[in-house]
Design a protein around this ligand. Structure first.
Ligand code: ZN
Length: 64
């Protein structure tokens, strides 16, 4: 028996793009739902999204 190396293996997670979340820093894997706006996706979840907004909203007041 001989083994035939198959190329083009589908379902390779390593081939999928990934980037760290802007809030928690966890690597988020590419999702099909993000295919259209993958470049604009910065947060891994809605929670991080809210957190980022909250941090941005909470601006330090200069009144001591
Ligand atoms: Zn996150």
């Amino acid at each position: 028996m001989s083994r035939n190396p198959r190329t083009g293996f589908k379902g390779n997670k390593a081939s999928l793009p990934s980037k760290p979340c802007a809030v928690c820093g966890r690597p988020m894997s590419w999702r099909r739902a993000w295919a259209k706006n993958w470049e604009h996706v910065r947060y891994c979840s809605e929670a991080c999204r809210r957190q980022a907004k909250a941090q941005r909203h909470a601006s330090p007041g200069g009144g001591v």
